[in-house]
Write a protein that binds this ligand. Structure first.
Ligand code: DGL
Length: 266
């Protein structure tokens, strides 16, 4: 029997990563956990994000997964070492694959990074990029307002355009040629970033980067059938269902809410 790949995020945003992984691995069984009761992770302390991430990973490990994908940038930035220590399987975060993609794409080595407060405060993207491109100039900025706007589905709203403009203004002046979308929600706003920065700037989407990375480390799937999709959330399953159907283009998701936090944290 093939084992599933486990993916977690602080909420719905990680579905952008899920979608990229599903496209790259049509036959693999996937299990997604969205911690919709405790989202957002971005403004929380590193200590809390590590605690939540370990709990989420424990839940997925109980499901017998063969690899753990940390779709959340904030959790990847601060909790990866703790998760790698916990699990005896490959644990992959979005930071390293994103940095590798930057190294492949950037010509002038002027790179912008946007993410949540937690991700930017950790300096994880800057470190990962500089380890591959020691002479790069990396500019980073937290853009927390974009998360709720994307959650609201305001993907092409004048208010969102204004916030995108404000977030990217200084990057345009600095002449970056690559922008890291260092948050699960930002790929949903890709069109607005592209419009604001112009076609010459590469947009590094952590969702694509992690799917490619996973391909390079997992053996080919031993079955040809279509993989099974299972979703778990810690709250608000209706809202999750709505957004997930929209992001993934899937109807009738196999979705379950976890009620007893205590039981899956032990
Ligand atoms: N999933 C988070 C991230 O990629 C964004 C939402 C949150 O703040 O929890 O950093």
């Amino acid at each position: 029997m093939t084992k599933p790949i486990g993916i977690f995020d602080s909420g719905v945003g990680g579905l952008t990563v899920y979608k990229a992984i599903r496209a790259a691995f049509p036959s693999e069984d996937l299990i997604y956990f969205g911690d919709t009761a405790r989202v957002p992770y971005g403004p929380k302390s590193h200590h809390t994000v590590i605690e939540y991430s370990v709990q989420n990973a424990r839940f997925l490990l109980q499901k017998g997964i063969k690899a753990l994908v940390v779709a959340c940038n904030t959790a990847s930035a601060v909790a990866l070492p703790a998760l790698q220590e916990l699990a005896q399987i490959p644990v992959i975060g979005v930071i390293e694959p994103g940095a590798e993609m930057v190294a492949q794409l950037s010509q002038n080595q002027k790179i912008g990074v946007i993410g949540t407060e937690g991700t930017i405060r950790s300096g994880a993207y800057t470190q990962a990029i500089l380890s591959l491109l020691p002479n790069a100039q990396v500019f980073s900025r937290a853009c927390p307002l974009l998360v709720p706007l994307a959650e609201e589905g305001w993907l092409d709203h004048p208010v969102t355009r204004l916030v995108v403009k404000d977030c990217l203004g200084e990057y345009k002046e600095k002449g970056i040629d690559t922008l890291v979308l260092g948050c699960t929600h930002y790929p949903l706003l890709k069109a607005l970033f592209a419009e604001e920065l112009g076609a010459g700037v590469n947009l590094v989407d952590s969702a694509d980067a992690i799917a490619l990375h996973l391909k390079s480390i997992l053996p080919p799937c031993d079955t040809q059938r279509l993989g099974v999709d299972k979703f778990y959330v810690s709250d608000n399953e209706e809202k999750f269902h709505q957004l997930a159907s929209r992001i993934l283009g899937m109807k009738n998701l196999q979705l379950q809410r976890l009620r007893l936090f205590e039981s899956w944290f032990e």
